[in-house]
Write a protein that binds this ligand. Structure first.
Ligand code: HEM
Ligand code: HEM
Length: 290
């Protein structure tokens, strides 16, 4: 059995899903209020020029947006602080998600729908990238935990791995009484099956030419020519290999769900750092050219 390298992020500890309802949707209400107020201000605001980031409302919305972004970035610091154990991370995450979404409205109105090929729009596009990767994050936090539990049932990942190695010794014993190519297939399944592996393999939960699947086919085909005891052993071997295959599938599904709950953060976090840089450039440049 190949050693398993698990790719698993340290998630904010939370009862998954509950952060969305936090304090009867306090932050959903706040975010809605901020968004509606921004839209109303935008509609009633009659600037002497076509609306853009440089009117008084433009500055106000831009400043609110920039402060919100700093607050959302601060969450990354907050969750790593030693005091985080007793800090209210659930409340922080709830605010993060809803206020993060309201940024779509605030920042868009800030621009007055003026965009172009410049560092300002780069900041805007990066912001949207962060937000949409966040959407996937929420989706994954709501969807995968129950699938992980359902898939594991009463087992743990380690107990599945243990069952697989028990099946491997059984399979080896049975195969010794069978033709060589079956011994080889059993050996290949035990040694060449990858659970874990590279990032792509982990996410998809599949291995190309998986030796366990191959062994099943070989055993099934090989069985046709066997008679008497050999046919019986072959049948037993098939059932052992089938159990192996089911356990391998479950172990891979477990890894896949966890990888899919982590992988979006590899976009969310770097994009948010890039956003910070582009935003700083945006603000500096508008003051510089003003
Ligand atoms: C303190 C915060 C901010 C200030 C002072 C500010 C200031 C400005 C100003 C003065 C303009 C007009 C530039 C011009 O057309 O000459 C502008 C436009 C713009 N701002 Fe901001 N901004 C801030 C925050 C943000 C944020 C948070 C975003 C989005 C991430 C953003 C994205 C844009 C975009 C896309 C434009 C339109 C650029 C274009 O016309 O091509 N700004 N901003
Ligand atoms: C411009 C807006 C945003 C910025 C700058 C931002 C930035 C961040 C940062 C820096 C973290 C900490 C990640 C870590 O250190 O592990 C984080 C976590 C997170 N973000 Fe955002 N985010 C934004 C918007 C959103 C939105 C709109 C959503 C959801 C719709 C979202 C969902 C999440 C979630 C679920 C986490 C928690 C990950 C965990 O701890 O397990 N974010 N975000």
């Amino acid at each position: 059995m190949t050693p398993v390298m698990r790719f698993d992020h340290h998630h904010t500890r939370m009862r998954h899903g509950t952060f969305l309802e936090y304090k009867k949707f306090r932050y959903l209400k706040l975010a809605t209020l901020v968004s509606v107020a921004s839209i109303a201000a935008y509609v009633f605001h009659k600037p002497p020029v076509t609306p853009y980031g440089g009117t008084w409302l433009g500055y106000t919305l831009g400043t609110i947006g920039a402060l919100l972004i700093l607050m959302l970035l601060w969450f990354g610091v907050r969750k790593r602080q030693y005091s985080a154990a007793d800090a209210n991370l659930q409340g922080w995450l709830s605010a993060h998600v809803y206020l993060g979404v309201s940024l779509i409205i605030i920042a868009t109105l800030h621009t007055g729908f003026e965009v172009g090929w410049n560092v300002h729009t780069l900041a805007y596009v990066l912001m949207l990238g962060v937000i949409f990767s966040g959407f996937y994050g929420i989706y994954s936090y709501v969807r995968f935990p129950s699938m992980i539990t359902g898939n594991m049932a009463e087992d743990s990942f380690d107990s599945i791995m243990l069952k697989i190695s028990t099946l491997d010794s059984e399979a080896r014993k049975i195969a010794m009484r069978l033709p060589d190519h079956l011994v080889l297939a059993v050996q290949a399944a035990a040694q060449g099956t990858i659970i874990g592996g590279g990032l792509f393999t982990q996410v998809t939960g599949r291995q190309r030419n998986c030796p366990t699947t191959a062994a099943l086919t070989i055993i099934q085909k090989g069985g046709a020519d066997l008679k008497g005891d050999a046919a019986k052993h072959n049948h037993e071997l098939y059932s052992v290999m089938l159990q192996r295959k089911r356990l391998v599938d479950r172990a891979r599904a477990d890894i896949s769900y966890r990888a899919r709950m982590s992988i979006w953060l590899f976009f969310h976090v770097p994009l948010s750092i890039a956003l910070l840089a582009a935003l700083a450039a945006h603000i500096v440049s508008v003051f510089f050219y003003w």
